[in-house]
Design a protein around this ligand. Structure first.
Ligand code: FES
Ligand code: FES
Length: 127
């Protein structure tokens, strides 16, 4: 049911872990299945120089987050914002229908982190 690429990223996920002094960290969850991703980005001069994550979820959530992380590593913020769920699923050679939302979780987490970084904190908000 899974492609070799999915199995590869599931068994050997890339970029797992956390970053000590990230420029941004966000947690994104899927209320449907309860899976969640905590993603850390290190950004230097508009480029994602490091990406790490912790993922709580199914094999497809792990594989898609791993693949998404490799798709934004070394990329500009604009390029990272263009990583969609379809592109992540495609890069993995496809996902079963019931697991398509897992790629959405990964892509959403990346975009949420970049968007958070680009959005200045509201006035009066703590840090
Ligand atoms: Fe979400 Fe797979 S863990 S159903
Ligand atoms: Fe929900 Fe994988 S089953 S993210």
């Amino acid at each position: 049911m899974y492609t070799d690429k999915v199995m590869d990223h599931f068994s050997n996920p890339r970029n797992v872990g956390q970053i000590e002094n990230p420029n941004v960290v966000v947690k994104v969850g899927d209320p449907g299945c309860g899976d969640a991703v905590l993603i850390f980005l290190k950004i230097d001069d508009n480029v994602i120089t490091d990406v790490k994550y912790k993922v709580y979820g199914c094999g497809a959530a792990i594989a898609t987050t791993s693949m998404a992380s490799t798709m934004v590593e070394g990329k500009t913020l604009e390029e990272a914002l263009e990583v969609t769920d379809e592109k992540v699923a495609e890069a993995l050679g496809g996902l079963p229908d019931s697991k398509m939302h897992c790629s959405n979780l990964a892509a959403t987490a990346i975009r949420a982190a970049v968007t958070r970084y680009l959005t200045p904190p509201e006035e009066g908000a703590a840090s």
